[in-house]
Design a protein around this ligand. Structure first.
Ligand code: HAM
Length: 429
């Protein structure tokens, strides 16, 4: 029998996020949460899987996400379920199910699953930070939502993120536009890429989103949706643009922007990181979906939101050299060469007082422990040897700044460190 067991690996297109990289995720999510809360959003938690019908009806049978990318399966009870490929449909389903008072402003952080061929910036499991607002079609909400995302990119220090904006119109004016687009595509059908030559009739708008050169060439000359907006939709778009201008959110009108999900109406937008050379450079996107609640069986309720891909956002940060992972900075590394119980007690006391304390295990030598202390990023090594034990003191040695080591009475070491921790945190920054 072969006794070699191959080590298992995470599936292709998924990632383990290890510490200290995960500390960067924590900082990002905490910042986003705070900004969302300041703007009146509350956290919503949804299941990771839903009835597959929710996504088919919500995102659209003809979208790539539903046609090619959904993780769908029958569970052991024979129910057709799907892992959530995005956040919006579940949030809107929860809104319809629980009918909270409007306007309902929800934020979330969630994994999303899409069966795509993994490549730079495109994964089978990614994570999104997002918001959704339900119950109002006020263009001020569009401005607020877009600004929330734009301000987060700015806070991160990103300078090379561009905002493209469009309007998909309402059901009425979009129908007129789609008819014009279809007529145009009929004339140019033979020039389209293989996939869209077959499928353009099912959803002509998809062709505008196709990145293949053949489709790109055809759609250059296609009718533009912004020329077909009715009065109310054109006024809505104008108000959104005016609001963005007022708040200093730079944007470009992009009439070919259709986005990959079929629920959008009126405002749509995408943030592209031009620092990323890969085709997958969208670090966030969203828009209005005024018909989505109704499409999944709820009352008509307009809505708008966005999703920001965390992995891609951090790739953009790396490309611009901002928001770098920070090394850990415990307050103390406790070195104990008297058997370990001094370290056990001192670490517990420090932690109970809200100070960061780490230590070595396994009865390592003084030299090995001091080396570990140096690498730990701690401010002080708090050393307990035989002499310290006998004298009821701790030797405090600074690790991150020049200075003499000092003997601190054991009974006051927590207060001693706490006093230095608050003053030196400011100096460190
Ligand atoms: P989306 O554009 O499909 O929109 O995804 C939002 C963001 O998630 C993208 O801009 C990108 O940063 C990231 N993302 C998407 N797919 C992948 C992938 N395979 N690998 C890595 N990152 C990815 C939505 O999902 C909508 N729910 C956004 C929305 C909210 N619209 C209205 N409300």
């Amino acid at each position: 029998m072969d006794d070699h067991v191959a080590a298992l690996r995470a599936p292709a297109g998924t990632h383990d996020v290890l510490w200290p990289e995960s500390a960067r995720w924590e900082r990002l999510v905490a910042e986003f949460a705070q900004r969302a809360q300041l703007a009146g959003f509350g956290l919503v938690l949804n299941p990771m899987f839903e009835d597959a019908q929710l996504f088919r009806r919500g995102i659209g049978d003809e979208s790539d996400v539903v046609r090619k990318e959904m993780y769908e399966f029958a569970d052991r009870g024979g129910r057709e379920v799907a892992l959530r490929p995005e956040g919006t449909a579940s949030v809107v389903r929860a809104f319809v199910q629980h009918h909270p008072p409007v306007p309902w402003k929800a934020w979330y952080v969630t994994p999303a699953f899409r069966y795509e061929r993994p490549q730079a910036g495109r994964f089978k499991q990614h994570h999104q930070l997002g918001v959704e607002v339900l119950g109002t079609d006020d263009p001020d909400v569009d401005v607020e939502v877009i600004t929330l995302a734009a301000d987060l990119y700015a806070w991160l220090g990103l300078r090379r993120v561009e905002l493209a904006l469009n309007s998909m119109g309402c059901g009425d004016c979009r129908a007129v536009y789609v008819a014009a687009l279809l007529a145009y595509l009929e004339e140019h059908a033979s020039e389209l890429c293989d996939e869209h030559r077959e499928r353009y009739r099912a959803n002509p708008l998809r062709v505008l989103d196709c990145k293949r050169p053949q489709c790109r060439a055809v759609t250059e000359g296609a009718p533009r949706i912004t020329d077909y907006l009715d009065e109310a939709c054109a006024a809505h778009l104008a108000r959104v643009r005016q609001g963005l201008d007022q708040l200093g959110v730079a944007h470009r009108l992009e009439p070919r922007l259709v986005r990959g999900l079929d629920y959008y109406t009126r405002t749509t937008f995408e943030f592209a990181a031009t620092s990323l050379t890969s085709a997958q450079n969208a670090v966030g996107g969203g828009g209005r979906y005024d018909g989505l609640a109704e499409a999944i069986g709820g009352p008509p309720s307009p809505g708008i939101g966005f999703g920001i891909g965390i992995e891609r956002l951090l790739l953009a940060c790396d490309a611009e050299g901002v928001f770098a992972p920070e090394p850990p900075r415990p307050d103390a590394f406790v070195v104990d060469v008297t058997g370990g119980s001094a370290a056990r007690a001192l670490c517990a006391e420090l932690r109970r007082a809200g100070l960061g304390a780490v230590r070595a295990y396994d009865g390592r030598s003084l030299k090995a422990q001091l080396k570990q202390a140096d690498r730990s990023g701690a401010r002080y090594a708090l050393i307990v040897g035989a002499e310290e034990l006998a004298g009821d003191i701790v030797t405090a040695r600074p690790l991150r700044h020049e200075g003499p080591q000092v003997a601190v009475p054991r009974a006051s070491v927590v207060d001693w460190l706490a006093a230095r921790s608050t003053t030196e945190t400011k100096e460190d920054q």
